[in-house]
Design a protein around this ligand. Structure first.
Ligand code: URA
Length: 260
């Protein structure tokens, strides 16, 4: 009896609503599949292909459009206007502001995060919330001020609920970040967190394996700029026992700045 109750619970969970049928049948009495029979798979991918292609094409043309806008932008303020006029990323329509990079346009150090959060979306500036507060302290620890640096994100718009950006969103917005890097032309770039590191370095490695290492980034004009990946301040706020590793990354950054 106990087993029967379990079976019925399982049926309910599986969505069975009716246990009566007009005719009795034994579910176990179905003929076995012949051995080695080739079972035709439902062509899910083929059926979805038109939709996938449409989406990919929309993304491709948005990316192309972003690149064209970037090519025409000769300075940061022109680029900011170009980003604001760009309609190729749907995140723009759920966000309150376009959060463009902010800071010293001739900075030696450029920080790149993932995407604006609620505070940044409200104020229209990157890293002004709790993560920004910690970032300010980290910057101060190496004798710099936020005003000395240029701070930006992979995405200029907040993903709803702070969800992780999709690959498509990153691909569409990346040309704007790449152009910011070219225009600021920093001596070193700090990649805050896995999303920034993966997008800029075009890899899928974990931030715990990337952090603390310098990796060269090459602009479309062939300029090589060293990047240093480290943990995102939001991660450090959630996981304070990892702060020592970030501290050592920032010491490495400080040393690098005396060499270049
Ligand atoms: N997190 C980010 O990655 N960027 C911001 O601007 C704020 C929080």
């Amino acid at each position: 009896m106990e087993n029967l109750a379990e079976v019925i619970k399982w049926y309910v969970l599986a969505g069975v609503e009716d246990i009566c049928a007009d005719e009795t049948f034994n579910a176990l009495d179905t003929p076995p599949l012949p051995e080695n029979k080739v079972v035709r798979k439902v062509p899910v991918v083929a059926a979805m292909r038109p939709a996938i292609t449409d989406l990919a094409q929309a993304n491709d043309s948005a990316r192309l459009n972003a690149r064209e806008l970037c090519a025409k932008a000769n300075n940061l303020s022109e680029l900011k206007k170009a980003v604001e006029s760009f309609d190729g990323c749907s995140l723009k329509f759920s966000a309150n502001s376009t959060v463009f990079g902010y800071g010293n346009p001739n900075a030696a150090v450029m920080f790149i995060g993932e995407a604006p959060g609620a505070d940044e979306d409200r104020e229209g500036k990157p890293f002004v919330g709790k993560s920004g507060g910690l970032l300010d302290k980290m910057i101060a620890a190496i004798g710099l001020k936020r005003e000395d640096c240029f701070i930006s994100n992979i995405l200029p718009w907040r993903p709803p609920g702070n969800r992780t950006p999709t690959d498509g969103e990153v691909a569409v917005c990346l040309p704007f970040l790449r152009r910011q890097i070219e225009l600021v032309d920093p001596k070193v770039i700090i990649l805050l967190g896995g999303s920034a590191a993966n997008a800029v370095l075009e890899n899928v490695d974990s931030i715990s394996s990337l952090r603390g290492h310098f990796t060269d980034y090459t602009t479309s004009q062939g300029k090589v700029i060293p990047t240093l990946s480290t943990y995102h301040p939001a991660f450090l706020l959630r996981t304070p026992n990892q702060k020592a590793k970030s501290w050592s990354d920032f010491m490495r950054l400080q040393r690098k700045l005396t060499e270049i």
